[in-house]
Design a protein around this ligand. Structure first.
Ligand code: ZN
Length: 289
């Protein structure tokens, strides 16, 4: 099964006739642009897609051309965690667009050392386990405590916060994970949920999600990932993300990382709920709902 074999079609979702659609565009990795009512929300936008050699050599630089080309507009940027493939471009997009940034203390520190004005950055790291909330135009957001998949021989890669660096650029391994969020997004009567890493906290069920934006990388090493995600979120549809090789530029399109085991994942999801729609979109492709 190739990712394009399970691509969503324009007609995959029923569109209401009494309002404009919610458009969800995949930016590659766990990155999405969600647009409605003239507002644009970006989640984990990573369009620089540094090569493996650049990642090994470091330090990492955000690509201004890619940022301008692929994320020209943003009202808010949400960072689910601060690994480089989720956070590298966040400060430069914030500086270019003026968008407000919502993220962990680690994300706040990253933005601070990159020169993003303090008033433009919101710390939404959970206190006492309660999800922080924010409203952006028509979007209501909740930042649900979550956890990163421990795919690196049973360990979470680059744990801890970005806290001990005082300037950018940073090396790849300085993009520490920070606190991890799932993002609950409610807009125009629909509920979307962004799971940027393939694990979750069972103590935070978030049931009856219309569209789950789900990270694939790491799913095979997370114990009982499929039944847990289906039980906790009960999604009507699942848009698969973060299965692409993000060491190639945007112009190369999305090619799968090795060992994603997409057929087994799709089979597992649909075995639990035969009515769930599971699909992909091409790089920069979108669905509307
Ligand atoms: Zn990560």
């Amino acid at each position: 099964m190739r990712p394009e074999d399970i691509a969503f079609r324009a007609s995959s979702f029923d569109l209401p006739t009494d309002r404009a659609p919610i458009r969800v565009t995949w930016l590659g990795t766990a990155g999405f642009a969600i647009e409605h009512g003239g507002f644009t929300l970006l989640i984990d936008p990573y369009v620089t897609r540094s090569s493996l050699l650049d990642c090994a050599r470091g330090p990492l630089l955000s690509n201004a051309d890619a940022v301008q080309r692929f994320t020209p507009k943003a009202d808010a940027i949400i960072t689910g965690h601060t690994h480089f493939d989720h956070a590298l471009d966040v400060p430069s997009i914030a500086l270019a667009t003026g968008a407000k940034v919502y993220g962990s203390r680690s994300c706040v520190h990253l933005c601070r050392i990159a020169g993003v004005p303090e008033a433009q950055v919101m710390d939404v790291e959970s206190r006492r386990g309660e999800p922080a909330r924010a409203d952006v135009g028509p979007f209501s957001l909740r930042f649900v405590p979550s956890v990163h998949s421990a795919f690196l021989f049973g360990r979470i890669p680059m744990p801890g916060d970005i806290s001990d660096c005082d300037q950018i650029p940073l090396r790849t391994n300085h993009y520490r994970c920070g606190a991890v969020f799932g993002v609950d997004i409610r807009v125009a009567g629909k509920r979307l949920y962004h799971l940027g890493s393939a694990d979750l906290l069972d103590a935070h069920p978030e049931r009856d999600v219309d569209l789950l934006l789900m990270c694939v990388a790491g799913w095979t090493t997370t114990p009982r990932f499929v039944p847990r995600v289906m039980g906790a979120l009960r999604p009507g549809a699942v848009l698969l993300s973060h299965w692409d090789n993000f060491f190639t530029p945007m112009s190369a399109g999305a090619t799968p990382l090795p060992a994603m085991q997409l057929p087994r994942l799709v089979d597992g999801l649909t075995a639990i709920d035969p009515s769930v729609q599971v699909g992909t979109v091409p790089l920069l492709g979108h669905v509307e709902l």
